[in-house]
Ligand binder design. Structure first.
Ligand SMILES: *[C@@H]1O[C@H](CO)[C@@H](O)[C@H](O)[C@H]1NC(C)=O
Ligand SMILES: *[C@@H]1O[C@H](CO)[C@@H](O)[C@H](O)[C@H]1NC(C)=O
Ligand SMILES: *[C@@H]1O[C@H](CO)[C@@H](O)[C@H](O)[C@H]1NC(C)=O
Ligand SMILES: *[C@@H]1O[C@H](CO)[C@@H](O)[C@H](O)[C@H]1NC(C)=O
Ligand SMILES: *[C@@H]1O[C@H](CO)[C@@H](O)[C@H](O)[C@H]1NC(C)=O
Ligand SMILES: *[C@@H]1O[C@H](CO)[C@@H](O)[C@H](O)[C@H]1NC(C)=O
Length: 482
């Protein structure tokens, strides 16, 4: 959660978490895992020697850091595809209890969401007591989770679903429940013992005490999770890193977890959707198997989003390989909401077993290419899939628009070929495209998602003789006059 939306950060001043000892000395650099780096020792060294040692330590630290979360021997890899499931935050914030979560899990089954691929039931902030137990463990809230977490996950598993839990890389969660800083091993073990296999890990730091950057605080939990996997022989917890887009998680977070939030919190408005889309349009390269840009919990079914806006939101999240976590009250979800959330050909792209990469913009459209604009993000996108090239067209305008593109604007399209067109929303085959495609009257804030499959050479005799006019020349080497 964004700090601005979290409970009164100012309250933190002077508050001391009950069961954590404030460290009085520098916290050792856990990253190097080389034992003490003994700073005072350098006094007796010559400058040259310390430089060499420092360089060596730096190199070793780099090696251990970069290798510590590689798929090393004996640890199963998890989270190859974007996670799909439910998360309690957008619909309920702190107002959660075991009954609600079980009811939601049952609705996921009865409404066909589980069959559509939504297998995770993830509990967000506010499930615990405000204080750890006398032995130091996080305690499930006695009033709202009277049967205990193990009981709850047993019942979730009995529905053939998986369960996710939440904590924070600082001393507190965003709503000022216990965070896991300095309790990483203990909490990872507890979450596993409770029966969870997925951990959303939030980002409310307390820098004056941790003296860490975000990467260092997340690495502590990543290490605890892989150590636990090694000692327990169980698969590691899937680590969903709620970084709010800070400190460029897309550059480094793949090493530690399976997804990382790329922006501040979403809200159920078109402006929020286009702003998240805009920011993510520049970092689509970061998503692939086992590591995904997390564009935040879905708002489909919430707020004032129109049908077209919800479709655009869902399509973009799915095709950009974001985790798909439902965030609406399922008991009151409309037919339209469920239709969008279960759209099979859109979900299939998100869960593509062969191509892990996101779609990317090939033309921005309203604005020149590469312009960052939260109201008018890139409109023309394409990418590879198991079955062919995917196109996504977004109408960011407030009125219907015809949208035109030349097929070869996408790198996945071959010049001189024609392509069959499949509309992934209407589930119809829409003929064959030669050289270009126009979609008429795309609704305001609407989306078009297409699959183009190679259908052989283009028909003979089209003028000009080449799809890309820039390269248009005769066999004798003269340019074709156009
Ligand atoms: C879970 O708790 C409920 C109510 O406390 C109880 O009826 C049920 O038997 C428990 N289920 C399991 C699987 O332990
Ligand atoms: C590819 O096509 C097959 C057969 O229609 C389908 O089952 C599968 O889901 C498609 N894959 C993707 C990634 O869309
Ligand atoms: C976003 O793009 C539109 C269309 O080009 C433009 O009118 C608007 O000023 C831009 N907004 C910002 C904040 O640059
Ligand atoms: C494809 O055809 C269907 C059925 O005629 C139509 O509803 C849909 O709008 C078409 N899609 C495109 C992208 O033109
Ligand atoms: C689109 O491609 C067709 C050939 O299929 C061509 O006749 C037409 O001129 C093209 N339109 C534009 C605007 O390039
Ligand atoms: C090259 O070939 C084209 C098409 O056959 C022809 O029109 C043109 O005159 C030729 N140019 C030369 C310099 O031979």
């Amino acid at each position: 959660m964004d700090p601005s939306t979290s409970a009164n950060t100012a309250k933190l001043a002077g508050t001391q978490p009950p069961d954590i000892v404030v460290p009085t000395t520098n916290i050792p650099d856990r990253r190097s895992r080389l034992g003490s780096t003994n700073r005072s020792g350098s006094k007796v060294m010559t400058v040259a020697a310390s430089l060499i040692v420092a360089a060596l330590l730096g190199t070793l630290a780099f090696i251990t850091r970069s290798e510590s979360h590689q798929p090393s021997t004996g640890i199963a890899r998890v989270g190859r595809l974007p996670a799909m499931g439910y998360n309690t935050w957008n619909a309920y914030y702190c107002d959660i209890d075991e009954e609600l979560i079980l009811r939601t899990a049952k609705l996921m089954k009865s409404l066909g969401l589980a069959d559509a691929g939504y297998t995770h039931v993830n509990i967000d902030d506010c499930y615990s007591e405000k204080q750890r137990s006398s032995s130091g463990d996080i305690v499930a809230n006695h009033e709202r989770f009277p049967s205990g977490m193990k009981n709850l996950t047993d019942q979730i598993h009995a529905l053939d679903l998986q369960a996710g839990i939440y904590s924070d890389s600082g001393w507190f969660t965003c709503q000022i429940y216990p965070g896991s800083y300095q309790n990483e091993e203990r909490d990872a073990k507890l979450f596993q013992d409770w029966g969870f296999d997925y951990l959303k890990y939030d980002n409310l730091p307390l820098d004056s005490i941790t003296r860490e950057n975000i990467m260092g605080r997340y690495e502590r939990m990543a290490n605890a999770i892989s150590d636990l996997a090694r000692t327990s022989g169980k698969p590691p917890l899937t680590l969903s890193m709620c970084l709010w887009g800070r400190e460029q998680g897309w550059v480094w977070a793949r090493k530690y977890g399976q997804s990382w939030r790329t922006t501040d919190d979403i809200n159920p408005s078109w402006g929020s959707i286009t702003s998240i889309l805009n920011q993510n349009s520049f970092i689509t390269w970061a998503s692939d198997f086992y590591g995904h840009n997390d564009m935040d919990i879905l708002e489909v079914g919430n707020g004032a989003l129109t049908y077209e806006e919800s479709k655009s939101h869902f399509t973009a999240w799915a095709l950009m390989k974001s985790p798909l976590l439902i965030g609406t009250d399922l008991a009151t979800a409309t037919e339209a909401t469920l239709e969008i959330l279960t759209s099979p050909e859109i979900i299939a792209i998100n869960q593509d077993p062969v191509v892990g990469a996101s779609i990317s913009p090939f033309r921005w459209g309203i604005n020149p290419d590469w312009v960052s604009n939260n109201t008018h993000p890139a409109q023309y996108w394409s990418g590879e899939s198991q079955n062919g090239t995917i196109f996504m067209l977004l109408n960011t305008l407030d009125e219907p628009t015809d949208m035109f593109f030349r097929l070869t604007e996408s790198p996945w399209i071959r010049a001189g070929r024609q392509y069959s067109v499949r509309d992934l929303w209407t589930h119809t085959d829409n003929g064959t495209a030669v050289r270009n495609l126009t979609v008429h009257a795309v609704p305001p804030h609407g989306v078009v998602a297409l699959l183009l499959q190679d259908a052989g050479d283009e028909p003979a005799g089209i003028w000009p003789p080449c799809a890309v006019t820039e390269w248009c020349m005769y066999e004798n080497g003269t340019h074709v006059e156009l």
